[in-house]
Ligand binder design. Sequence first.
Ligand SMILES: [Zn+2]
Length: 302
Amino acid sequence: MTEDIYNVGGAEQVVCTICRNDNAQPFPWGDYHLNLLPPFHVVRCQGCGLLYLSPRPDSTTRHRLMQGSVPDILLPYSMKTANYASVTRSREPLFRKRLRQMLALSNHKDFSTSQPILDVGASSGTFTLLARQQGWHAFGVEPDETSVKTAHKQGITFPQGVAEHLPYPNETFALVHSHHVFEHLANPFQATQEAWRVLKPGGFLFIEVPNQFDNIMFHRDILFRRVPQRERNIRSIHHLWFFSPQTLKRLIQEAGFSNVSVKSIYGAKAKGWRLPFSLMTRLGGRFWYGGPVIQGYGWKEK
Ligand SMILES: [Zn+2]
């Protein structure tokens, strides 16, 4: 459980979601890259290596931000935000590929598309709709009211709710899927335990998250002291956890999953004279730190 050690003026100090203790060291390259101002900082857990934001905006501040108002503590951050609704539509080709990947991953012979699957952080329902069109028995859950309403207008209805308290009964789903959600959660470990609870024995959990700081490119940039600094805006503090292949694996294992695997995803390969360097970086990523996006999955044993 996340316990607030102090809570002053809209910020809260956070314990590691995996180790559930406060044994973290500063990670100044994270502060520099995100262009953070105190009291917000990126820290690294000395127990498991997980990087996370602590102090971070507290739950009231995060909620107010979602409602569109800017608490004082966030005034230095400009309000440039992502249009999540348009992002989710543009993900259609990616999700088509994802559904094929899910079928390939489901190595249990009793898994079929007729069994219920759940998308956690379903946004306005792009993944869920696509899955239904392809014959899957797909459900969703999403904390943002506007997104739930948009999904409803598009013909898919799911409850408003958070990943840490899924509004579904025990042992309901054959697959729990989550796409770029866990890095935003108040308590990713609790959400992983919830995924375990709602999965049927033999079902599996699939999580994709960015690997913002423990990827091979970021470590290369640290080595040459040329880490780029972002423009300071609200998106600098919307990720609360910065998973690496190791810490994502650990998170899934700690919640009780078996045969846990992690895979790195890279962007488009560079062209021309940069191509050999691009390929070498990918090869390096296989041995050190991984790529900029990671996928983790594990099974709930029968
Ligand atoms: Zn830890």
